[in-house]
Ligand binder design. Structure first.
Ligand code: NDP
Length: 287
């Protein structure tokens, strides 16, 4: 694509992520107008707008990448959004994204929300695996598919403006569970003569192998039969949990990261789920 056919755009927010996005679009030949609340060095080649109104007027496509939903509201409050296409890459909750969509649409703009599944160093780097969940206006997604694909892959998950945030937060929440498990494992070996750097490959390989079990959970949730294909039944796992807790005590490690999930497994067992896997925990959480 020639430089001239690249769509110009405005980016509000020059934090770590906003700056990375701007650099990627500039490198791809887009004209980029930027605005930031406080004075910050703008990436070379960007046009700096001194007010939000000027920045929003400069381009039809306005990408917002600020700290949180409150900062987006504060920044766009009172700004004329007539005919503007707002793509919000600020992390928010599904409800916040839906309300923001209504707020922007009522003021004459179109809205697409995005959840970035990458850190700044992955942005604009081919093969980095960076991608963004998008949801909201299908027309906006179609119009800007090429432009949005510059900094990271595009994963459009539907017209509901809350879905991008929901997918984003669901994956981030799963990530914390994984990090919690890794933190506990490192603490367990921490008092022994075991090198964390030698332990790490074993930990990563095991977590990767166990991550595959999410497919089984999904299949059981779809069928409603939580005993389907069970190899490790809940009754056995609750017993084995006691070994994990005794080991934590022996090693002088707090069990506080393990016990919430274990308590849910025990509740499901008490309700008669001994022949199931751990899928019943999902139902306990949904109550
Ligand atoms: P930074 O903390 O680096 O930057 C925050 C930005 O928000 C700055 O531009 C800051 O302006 C602005 N800001 C904060 N409060 C306000 C306000 N009240 N009004 C106007 N502007 C405000 O954050 P990032 O750039 O890293 O993150 C931006 C978004 O991207 C967040 O929603 C984050 O969750 C998301 N994200 C970030 C990732 C990362 O690894 N960095 C990964 C995935 C998503 P000022 O310079 O004036 O303080």
């Amino acid at each position: 694509m020639s430089v001239n056919s690249n769509k110009p755009l405005t980016v509000l927010g020059l934090g770590d992520m906003g700056s990375a996005l701007v650099r990627a679009w500039l490198a791809a030949g887009h004209a980029v107008t930027v605005w930031n609340r406080s004075a910050r060095q703008a990436p070379q080649g960007a046009t700096v707008a001194t007010t939000v109104a000027d920045a929003v007027t400069a381009s039809t496509l306005v990408v917002v990448c600020l700290l949180d939903d409150a900062s987006v509201r504060a920044t766009l409050d009172g700004i004329d959004l007539t005919g503007r296409d707002i793509v919000n890459l600020t992390t928010s909750t599904p409800a916040e994204a839906r309300e923001l969509s209504e707020w922007i649409t009522a003021r004459g703009g179109r809205f697409l929300d995005g959840g970035i599944m990458a850190v700044p160093s992955m942005i604009g780097v081919a093969g980095s695996g960076a991608y963004v969940f998008y949801s909201g206006s299908p027309q906006l997604h179609e119009t800007y598919a090429e432009t949005l694909a510059v900094p990271a892959g595009v994963e459009y998950v539907g017209a509901d403006p809350g879905f991008a945030a929901l997918y984003d937060v669901a994956l981030l929440s799963a990530m914390w569970g994984m990090f919690a498990g890794a933190a506990h494992a490192f603490a367990l070996i921490g008092k022994e003569d075991i090198a964390p750097v030698e332990f790490a490959p074993l930990l990563v390989a095991y977590q990767q192998a166990m991550a595959e079990y999410a497919y089984g959970t999904a299949a059981q949730l779809a069928s409603g039969d939580y005993t389907e294909g069970v190899e490790s039944n809940l009754a056995m796992m609750v017993t084995s949990n006691r070994t994990l807790l005794r080991t934590a005590t022996e090693q002088g490690v707090s069990p506080e990261l393990l016990t919430p999930f274990m308590a849910l497994m025990e509740r499901r067992l008490a309700e008669g789920g001994g022949n199931e896997s751990t899928t019943g925990v999902v139902d306990l959480l949904r109550r």
